[in-house]
Design a binder for this molecule. Structure first.
Ligand code: SF4
Length: 272
């Protein structure tokens, strides 16, 4: 049971240090997709929510129009601490309302989601001159998806959605994120999706303190054989695995003429 409230927001825009954007808009606080590895759980502390992450959702309402002149030539990302196309967007249309403000502007809009609900807004995307749309996934195995992203749409639906957008001529990408050591098979995903998008991005799994025990317990219970590898990476701080994986991705993409960019260790990358 998810507790849903509508809340007044003084502003929707937040400056961001993520490499892909200048500003971010999160139309919601909370996220029903409930990903096991979600770093956004810290939002609970800012908003005094006692519920578990994924069990509450605040729908932001803001009367003030976004100041577009300030954003000319900038990149605005939707979203970083929620999924703008979570299932409640179907009812509340908070994201849709925000996107309408970007019609015929000179702002670059970057959408990243796990949901095929994104297809609903193709009519708006056509009216936003500079927009890019991506889906994130890290496995083709929907059984694993149900374990680590229990509230999110199926992998099949995400791939179908991005393929549809790609075939309709939108600028698209697939974000392989976060890559779970020994579980995420990047070659399998690229083989299945290479004709479904223009571009691929990659990001490794970072384990912060808040959710690290949850992920390690999951590995212990469901992928016991991988536990030594996770201990080596996350306790021993051995970066050799990631260096090897990044090289394998580079070689594979070069061999198969796949456009890609790595955001491994993106937390350490300063926006250039
Ligand atoms: S979709 Fe993104 S914001 Fe939502 S729970 Fe998953 S990682 Fe967190």
């Amino acid at each position: 049971m998810i507790v849903v409230n509508e809340v007044e927001a003084r502003s929707l825009l937040t400056r961001t240090r993520v490499p892909a954007g200048d500003y971010v808009i999160n139309p919601y606080i909370g996220c029903p997709h409930k990903c096991m590895y979600c770093y956004a759980e810290y939002m609970k502390h800012f908003t005094n929510h006692g519920e578990a992450w994924g069990d509450f959702l605040d729908v932001k309402r803001c009367d003030r129009a976004i100041n577009m002149s300030r954003l000319r030539g900038k990149t605005v990302v939707l979203s970083s601490t929620t999924d703008a196309y979570n299932p409640f967007e179907r009812k509340f249309e908070a994201t849709r309302g925000i996107l309408k403000q970007f019609i015929h502007t000179e702002v670059h809009v970057e959408i990243m989601t796990k949901s095929d609900l994104v297809l609903r807004d193709r009519d708006l995307f056509k009216e936003i001159p500079n927009i890019r749309i991506g889906v994130s996934l890290n496995t083709l195995d929907d059984g694993i998806r149900k374990q680590i992203e229990p509230g999110a749409p199926s992998i099949e639906n995400r791939i179908k959605a991005i393929r549809t957008l790609h075939e309709e001529g939108f600028d698209t990408y697939i974000f392989l994120s976060p890559l779970f050591p020994g579980i995420s098979d990047f070659r399998e995903i690229l083989d299945a999706c290479k004709d479904s998008t223009r571009m691929f991005y990659f990001e490794n799994l970072n384990l912060r303190d808040a959710y690290r025990p949850r992920v390690i317990n999951y590995i212990r219970r469901h992928h016991t054989v991988l536990l030594p590898l996770y201990n080596e990476i996350y306790t021993g701080k051995n970066t050799g695995y990631w260096a090897m994986l990044e090289q394998q991705i580079a070689d594979y993409c070069q061999e198969h003429k796949i456009r890609y960019k790595s955001y491994f260790y993106h937390e350490k990358i300063r926006k250039q």
